[in-house]
Write a protein that binds this ligand. Structure first.
Ligand code: NAD
Ligand code: UDP
Length: 337
């Protein structure tokens, strides 16, 4: 198929585009480079020995999208483009709704006008808010605790309404848990701008000497060791889930909603220990108060993805840390370092 991958130079988009191309699809990347580097494309070309086309553009720009769709006969769109920092979304809600909601709406309108009706959307486990129990199933109630999460719920609802109005659409709402790690080549990986707010990139920067120590946000949660528990999933497994979701939608019109996680939870201390083993050096850390808005435990019920897509995460926590470390060691300052 010929695919448009929005946010294609970003962390998850770049890994997914590599797997999509390796699965035989033709890929065009669409990104405004607000949170990524065009150098990603050189690295993807080194992995693939083939260069994906990058078109610099914004999903809020209807005229540019119309021109793109008129030029390229796309079969489907995989939509990663958007803003994802929870704290920033609290400070700048309108910006988040503009990129994540209006941007997606504009993209869907351009798709509808061009007659492209296969869409894969990056949703998030954050739509479950603070779940009443774990593991989290797809039919659990959704409850956003911040504008970022609410933007994901709004788009999920828009997509459901779209299918109701026109059942010929084929739409996947993929709820990611905590993507970490990097491609095994060490050529592409996560390269956050500024101070990382997520755990794994922060640990990577401590290990490589860019930051003195990790701050562990709370050790008094009701978890086995007191630190927060999350479902970390290797980004390449997550990427493979997109290839499988696309295959599923080719065979079946309608709405697919699945968690993409491993179904296992690991604590902050587990991650620190695994990373220290991978890097062969200790990760210094201090315990600090809980981060506002954090929940104790979050992990997926991964059975629906297995049943519907045949999806199963293959890479364990040690592998996630080893691959993250390889990427960080080879690129201590990221793509532009
Ligand atoms: P990322 O920031 O690395 O990638 C997003 C890409 O979108 C960036 O390259 C950025 O430049 C681009 N972009 C942003 N706004 C744009 C716009 N208006 N037009 C065009 N391009 C734009 O983030 P990521 O981690 O790869 O996340 C990809 C998607 O997955 C996002 O929608 C995010 O909300 C979702 N998600 C991420 C996580 C996570 O922990 N990384 C978890 C759940 C869901
Ligand atoms: N965390 C931490 N120190 C950090 C970043 C995160 O202790 O510098 C903890 C956080 O409290 C949570 C876990 O690590 O328990 C995962 O946080 P992250 O921000 O990576 O993901 P999310 O909060 O979205 O699940």
């Amino acid at each position: 198929m010929k695919l448009l991958v929005t946010g294609g130079t970003g962390y998850i988009g770049s890994h997914t585009a590599v797997l999509l191309m390796q699965a035989g699809h033709e890929v065009v990347l669409w990104d405004n480079l607000s949170n990524s580097s065009a150098r990603v494309v050189d690295r993807m070309a080194m992995i693939l020995r083939e260069r994906p086309l990058l078109v610099i553009g914004d999903v809020r720009d209807r005229a540019a999208l119309d021109a793109l769709f008129a030029h390229q006969g796309f079969d489907a769109v995989i939509h990663f483009a958007g803003l994802k920092a929870v704290g920033e979304s609290v400070e700048r809600p309108l910006l988040y709704y503009e990129h994540n909601v209006q941007g997606t709406l504009t993209l869907l309108q351009a798709m509808a006008a061009a007659g492209v009706r296969l869409f894969v959307f990056s949703s998030s486990a954050t739509v479950y808010g603070d779940p009443a129990s774990v593991p989290i199933r797809e039919d659990f109630p959704r409850a956003a605790t911040n504008p970022y999460g609410r933007s994901k719920i709004i788009v999920e609802d828009i997509l459901a309404d779209l299918i109701t109005a026109d059942p010929t659409w084929r739409i996947a709402r993929l709820r990611y848990f905590n993507p970490v790690g990097a491609h095994e080549s060490g050529l592409i990986g996560e390269d956050p701008r500024g101070t990382p707010s997520n755990l794994m990139p922060y640990i990577c920067q401590v290990a490589v000497g860019r930051r003195p120590q990790l701050r562990v946000f709370g050790d008094d949660y009701e978890t086995p060791d007191g630190t927060g528990v999350r479902d970390y999933i290797h980004v390449v497994d997550l990427a493979a889930g997109h290839v499988q979701a696309l295959d599923y939608l080719v065979g079946k019109a309608g709405l697919l909603t699945v968690n993409l996680g491993t179904g296992r939870g690991y604590s902050v201390r587990d991650l620190i220990a695994s990373f220290a083993r991978a890097a062969g050096r200790p990760i210094p850390y201090v315990i600090e108060p809980r981060r506002p808005g954090d929940i104790a435990t979050c992990y997926a019920d991964a059975q629906a993805a297995q049943r519907l897509l045949g999806f199963r995460a293959l890479r364990d926590l040690d592998r996630m840390c080893a691959d993250a470390w390889r990427w960080q060691q080879q690129n201590p300052h990221g793509y532009d370092g």
